[in-house]
Design a protein around this ligand. Structure first.
Ligand code: TYD
Length: 306
């Protein structure tokens, strides 16, 4: 028999509650709910039937977990954060199945945030207090405001560097195989020019070039890793922030001048965000397009590099 603590004023109808979990006054847990070990369920929490809560989860006061909510291990839910499970609620009209919301391992949700139905909040992501989350939150992203937008990535060091247009050559990063490259830049009264000698200047043979443009500022692109593809990214116009992550170290770089590129090797997770309106990216790639070369799930990426 699992041994969990139940305050005498709590109403606990489920038998599926892990050892060491504490359920405080005026909380109500319905019979179907599953709650892991060593959780803390604070006063005035309501947990419906089709709810799964992992281990070491903290649910602060005044949180209601409706059918379809899934909280993984080590999740923190701040006071009065609001979950939803029906996109178009009407009184006395019941869905056959409610949307599921997943909050992945280690993620935190700030006080009074609202999470729309059917959303996934990625591993270790941080939802700011009062944010209204209307779309999936990538792993490690920090989101704020209504509608929630990404303002940064947790545990990610912004690499500061002073690029020098008069110099060519590489600027090393701390993320495995990633480096910035100062591209040959010819300054001219008639207009500037940058040039990349494909054979000499890049550490791989280029098979493909594509361009990214017209990206709305709030969008994140490239949330994935490649199994064998090398990429060299140049921001021809505007600016973009790039997060690179080798599974151990995460760093962020700002590309905002055409004579600065970044090499991202295979097996490095990347996210591109904070696009300025006029951004045009050129991406040199080592292979033809192959959808099977992508991994878009962060846990799968971690498994791959193990
Ligand atoms: P994708 O690389 O998946 O972008 P992101 O990871 O930022 O969402 O590209 C988006 C779409 O463009 C995808 O459906 C496939 C298509 N695509 C090609 O057909 N060829 C290419 O060379 C690239 C890069 C993308």
């Amino acid at each position: 028999m699992s041994k969990f603590f139940q305050h005498p004023q709590a109403l606990v109808e489920s038998n599926n509650i892990g050892k060491g979990t504490r359920i405080w006054a005026f909380a109500h847990v319905l019979p179907g709910a599953q709650i892991g070990k060593n959780c803390n369920i604070c006063d005035h929490v309501f947990i419906e039937n089709d709810v799964i809560v992992g281990n070491r989860v903290t649910i602060k006061c005044g949180v209601y977990l409706w059918d379809g909510i899934r909280l993984a291990d080590d999740v923190f839910v701040g006071p009065n954060a609001t979950f939803t499970n029906d996109n178009f609620p009407r009184s006395k009209q019941y869905l056959d199945e409610f949307s599921q919301t997943f909050v992945d391992k280690g993620a935190s949700i700030g006080a009074n945030a609202t999470i729309l139905p059917g959303i996934r909040i990625g591993r270790c992501a941080m939802v700011g207090a009062g944010a209204v989350v209307t779309r999936h939150v990538p792993p490690f992203a920090i989101v704020v405001e209504n509608p929630a937008k990404i303002v940064g990535y947790v545990e990610t060091k912004k690499q500061s560097f002073e690029p020098d247009s008069a110099k060519q050559g590489t600027i090393e990063s701390n993320v495995g195989g990633v480096f910035l490259q100062q591209i040959k830049h010819v300054n001219d009264l008639r207009g500037d020019l940058i040039v990349t000698e494909l054979e000499q200047d890049l550490p791989f043979k280029v098979k493909r070039i594509f361009f990214i443009y017209n990206v709305p500022n709030e969008r994140v692109r490239g949330e994935h890793v490649h199994k064998k593809l090398h990429e060299f990214i140049v921001c021809l116009c505007g600016g973009v922030s790039i997060v690179a992550d080798d599974g151990q170290i995460k760093e962020e770089y700002r590309l905002d001048r055409p004579w600065l590129g970044i090499h991202i090797p295979p097996r490095v997770w990347r996210a591109l965000y904070k696009f300025s309106q006029d951004t045009i990216l050129a991406v040199y790639a080592s292979h033809e397009y192959d959808s099977t070369d992508y991994i878009r799930d962060y846990s799968e990426f971690l498994d791959m590099i193990k």
